[in-house]
Every structure is written in C-alpha cells, then in structure tokens.
Design a protein around this ligand. Structure first.
Ligand SMILES: C[S@@+](CC[C@H](N)C(=O)[O-])C[C@H]1O[C@@H](n2cnc3c(N)ncnc32)[C@H](O)[C@@H]1O
Length: 255
C-alpha cells in the first residue's frame, strides 16, 4: 500500500539483493515492516513487526482472513477515525490512515474525494486530465496485500524487544527500514534514538544474524550494497531541501 517512507517503489531491488544474501531456510525478519514494500517480496519463513497498532492489526487481518476494507469513508468518517480510532475496527483504521491520506502520511490530508487531477508535463503548459480514485486504489492495494502477504506473521513490537522476546531465530536475515534521520517521523514508538538503533544492529551481527539497513547515511563505515535517488514525502531534512537535491537512499550491509 501507499505508505509514508514505504518501499513499494524500489522494494523489488532491495528484495532481490536480500534474497541473494539469504541462506537456504534462513528466517527473514523485518522489524520496521510498515506497508511491507519489501516483506511481501521475500520468501517464507518471514516475520514482520512494527509499533503502529492499527497498521499491524490491518496486516494481521488482511493476511489471515477473507476480510476486505470498506471504502465507504467520507471526509467526516476519516476525521472522526483520526480523533476517535477506538470507535472503529483497528484494521480498517490501519489502511484508511495511510491509503486515503496524502502521500500515505498517517492521517494527513484526506484524499478520498479526489476523482481527477491535472497532470502538467515538463515543457508543456497544458495539463492532461487524469482519472484518479484513491478509494479504488485503496481496494487494489488491499487485494494486492491479501495476495502478497497471505500466511505471513506480524507482531506489534518495538524493535528493541524482538530479540529478548524470542522473535528472532538464530542466524536470521534482518532487514531494517527505520525512520530516517532528519525526516518527519512516525506517530507511534516515540522519539527514535538513531545511535541506539545502529548499536542494536551491531549487536545483532555479533549474535550471528545477517543485518541490512536502508538509510540516507550511516555513522559507521559499512558497505553500501545498493543506492538510489529518492523523492520522499518525508524529506523534512533541511540540509537536503536547502541543496534542492533528492537524497540518496542507501542499503548498508552491517558487519
Ligand atoms: C520507513 S517506515 C517502513 C516502511 C516499510 N519498509 C514499507 O515498505 O512500507 C518505518 C516504520 O518504522 C516503524 N517504527 C518506528 N519506530 C519503531 C520502533 N521503535 N520499533 C518498531 N517499529 C518502529 C514506523 O511505525 C514505520 O512503520
């Protein structure tokens, strides 16, 4: 699904590299699974975790039942869901909060009303009218998630508790796509301690796991195994905005 900072675009490249590094039978663990842009492209056995309770409720329900979300979501319902999520099915909140929100940002601006938009191509003054239906897109995403995520396991956990609680089997392949340093952040999990996160990755390598991380930069001299320029809805990073450049997203192999 469309998800803030999600890897739906480009996730196939990352999944291909991770698969090349994966040993037969090795568990795939994704502690910051979000909209599962990578997890859905990895073979079993696999486990996704995240701290967003509504998103995890959605992932658990869509992957293990026949349920499909209703698209009967007016602006009023969207706003009420944002303020009083406890009055709704958490799985429904989980997909509506991203899929009917501008750029997939958690309950940002409502987009369920947009039916068409004008696309202005570079070098042209005339805009092309395009059909655009976010509700239809939300249903398509849910259908795709149902297919790609079927039988996957998801847990509502902070990444720091996963190992201590036995969710990371020995010698796992761990792929982390954490909140990026200098970007807008996420509504659950509190302030993200980036230094503690890198230390956790190093500890996981010492424990015998294979660890990869997506980020713009890294405080250590780890190998970059893949990179791409990225336009991100999360680019609140003043440094990049001042340079008017698109940041380069990298995939690091921790060693
Ligand atoms: C960059 S997004 C992941 C996007 C995902 N790779 C995708 O394709 O959609 C980062 C995720 O980390 C989650 N997160 C933030 N802090 C966390 C924590 N302490 N433990 C686990 N997940 C956390 C957020 O809820 C968010 O879903």
């Amino acid at each position: 699904m469309q998800y803030q900072g999600g890897k739906y675009m480009g996730g196939n490249h990352i999944a291909k590299i991770l698969t090349e590094h994966r040993k037969p039978g090795q568990w795939y663990i994704e502690p910051f699974c979000g909209g599962c842009g990578v997890l859905g492209r990895m073979a079993f056995p696999r486990l996704g975790a995240d701290v967003n309770p509504y998103l995890v409720a959605y992932l658990q329900k869509i992957s293990s039942t026949d349920w499909m979300p209703s698209v009967d979501v007016s602006r009023e319902i969207f706003n009420d869901m944002k303020t009083n999520p406890e009055n709704y099915d958490p799985a429904w909140v989980g997909i509506v909060g991203c899929a009917l929100s501008f750029s997939g940002k958690w309950f940002g601006s409502y987009t369920g009303h947009i039916k068409k938009y004008q696309e202005i191509k570079r070098g042209s003054r005339k805009g092309e009218i395009r059909k655009y239906d976010e509700k239809k897109k939300m249903l398509k995403s849910a259908e795709r998630d149902k297919k790609l995520l079927k039988y996957s396991a998801f847990v509502l956990k902070d990444y720091r508790t996963l190992d201590a609680e036995g969710y990371i089997p020995p010698e796992s392949l761990i792929y982390c796509d954490p909140p990026y340093k200098g970007t807008a952040g996420y509504p659950f999990g509190g302030d993200f301690d980036h230094d503690a996160f890198w230390q956790w990755c190093i500890n996981m390598v010492y424990k015998g796991h294979t660890v990869f991380v997506s980020e713009y930069s890294c405080p250590h001299d780890f190998e970059v195994v893949w990179e791409r320029k990225r336009s991100s809805s999360l680019s609140n990073n003043k440094e990049y905005n001042a340079m008017k450049t698109r940041p380069t997203e990298k995939l690091f192999k921790i060693s």
